[in-house]
Ligand binder design. Sequence first.
Ligand code: ZN
Ligand code: ZN
Length: 429
Amino acid sequence: MDCPYVDCNADHFQNGDTHCGNCSRQLKPCKKCGMPNRSFAVYCRECGGALPDSASDWPVFKGSSQAIGVNRFVISARVSELSIEEMGAFQLPDRCKALLMYEDHLFAISQSGEVKIIDVSQEPVKERISFNAGGNIYAVPALHQGSLYVGTEKSLQAYSLGHLFPQAPSARPRWELPLSGTPIRSLVPVENRLFLMLACPDRRHQIHVVNDIQTDPPEPPIKVYAGSHLSSMAGHFMAKSKKIYFLSDEGAGRIKLHFMEHAAGSNPERVSLPLKRPPSEFRKQIPIAVIGAKIFTVFRKEETLYRLDANSGEIDSLICKNVKNFAMASISDPVVINSRGLFLKRMNQQIDLEDGQTIKGSPLVLKDCAVALGMGDGNIRLYDIRNPGSFKICEVSDRPTDQITTMAAVKDIIAAGNDKGVVKIYRLR
Ligand SMILES: [Zn+2]
Ligand SMILES: [Zn+2]
């Protein structure tokens, strides 16, 4: 068995090796025949069997399908003992809009549509490719089964990642579907479908679905819902049941909870439930999160974070008040940004920020280790999740007017981008 990367000549592999001993890049071993395959490969190059998708999600500011904002890799050190090593930095032409980390690669996307793909499996980190999607980007792109899906103002584009590894790598465009005058606000892939929320010029929102996204090109998007006040979409995907949820505000205090059930082969079916006794309108700017059949959303009245039951449409419990943003470390354990700073519900501990300090966006939870906060002074802070009295700083920029716009983590690596397009990558040990 040889290394699947064409610029590497290694040919001795143990069954199940997850990295090449020679070039150190990630391998996806085939469960059937043991053949090592490249990162992002969807099918085995030897036997043609289906390869598993990466187990690592991409918790960019809650941008993975569940939107809970948790990197599940366990870093066993306490924050006070953590060594923070800068692995590299690079510059986007303008504001960093989104970071995704997946299978040893960082995807950095700028507001104007610049996409850079960085290999973080080696040090120093190595830029493998950059291209421009040709339009402003308002939605976090999605990674799914070896392809990158990017929504611009005018189109939805799919790029194959299977060509990242030769000496002259490329992100091969697979298809582009035109969309006129409707920026994409969010993208959620599930198996062979991609759900997109469009913000239309009349301020209404529409949800569309693209079927057969593995086909080049697929049929144009089909509208599945339209409404004036929709929440973001989030989904929970299990082997047997794959559901995408969102809320709609119907006016006069009425709120509906919707889910679309993905069933292979048939059209997605939408079910709508009236939410029983909602406390107020929900806050549309704060993304919803999903764990199992529980939905987490913030209501306007007293900025309360509630847990909703998707099966009954009932409010399950009030989790926390005064919530500006949140991540869900578990089904009853929110990490909350409030008007004073950071609040850890499980510890019942409030950490007040110093005067003049602000937190940007939502927290990123590094499981059992730290809460990462993007700060208004251009740095990220890591608070120990068990003992949040002190914190460590990763200095992304030395100019205090720069602001963190987004963060992402995979394994023991965290990356942050700012409003000037600077992106830095750190390893935490
Ligand atoms: Zn190799
Ligand atoms: Zn195989």
